[in-house]
Design a binder for this molecule. Structure first.
Ligand code: NI
Length: 205
């Protein structure tokens, strides 16, 4: 019984991982539906409202009209998050003028510690165009669900904790639909190519 329940709870996480992997290796085009997991690429993304590291409200409507790259993480992350944000900063530099056609968004999965001030301070280490987003625990949870992402609080020694979380960078088109992903095991040159394609894609696709 318990085991069955565990499988059921993990099924959406597994399904999301499969979809994101399939998108990242180009098996799935936006709009395509894979039979098993019960949701399509088109189901990723949607309406949200969060607060930026500058204290401004930011919704999905504010991001529309320009493609965006979105990454979930948290400022206490020892390794993956700073590395990814550093790489995204480097990619923006490498994009040159094309970087202006892109918004890069860092969404904290740890709103408890990552307040507007903490985010704002943290982001001074990276490209100043990066947008940090935080929110209430409810807003954060619904954002994570919206992107079929995963995060989990993991206790550490003492009374501290760390966060397990999805480390995929979501590439969203100007309509706010999933257009691809950056996987952290790919080379930076592949990432740059994917970003260039994303921002220079004609029309709305
Ligand atoms: Ni992290």
């Amino acid at each position: 019984m318990l085991r069955a329940l565990r499988y059921i709870l993990w099924a959406p996480v597994g399904a999301a991982a499969i979809v994101l992997f399939a998108v990242s290796v180009g098996l799935l085009k936006p709009g395509s539906r894979i039979p098993q997991p019960g949701f399509s690429v088109a189901d990723i993304g949607g309406p949200f409202q969060l607060t930026s590291h500058k204290g401004e409200l930011v919704s999905d409507a504010d991001l529309k009209g320009k493609p965006f790259a979105l990454f979930f993480g948290f400022t206490h992350c020892p390794d993956v998050c700073p590395t990814t944000l550093w790489e995204l900063s480097e990619l923006m530099k490498a994009l040159g003028p094309d970087a202006e056609k892109l918004t890069v968004v860092f969404v904290t999965v740890d709103p408890e510690r990552d307040t507007v001030d903490v985010l704002s301070n943290y982001l001074t280490s990276f490209d100043p165009r990066l947008v940090g987003l935080t929110g209430t625990p409810e807003q954060t949870e619904s954002m994570i669900k919206l992107f079929r992402a995963y995060s989990k609080k993991v206790p550490t020694a003492g009374d501290g904790y760390t966060m397990d979380h999805t480390a995929t960078v979501y590439l969203m088109n100007r309509e706010g639909k999933l257009a691809g992903t950056l996987d952290r095991h790919e080379q930076a040159s592949i990432h740059l190519e994917k970003l260039r394609r994303l921002v220079n894609r004609p029309g709305t696709s």
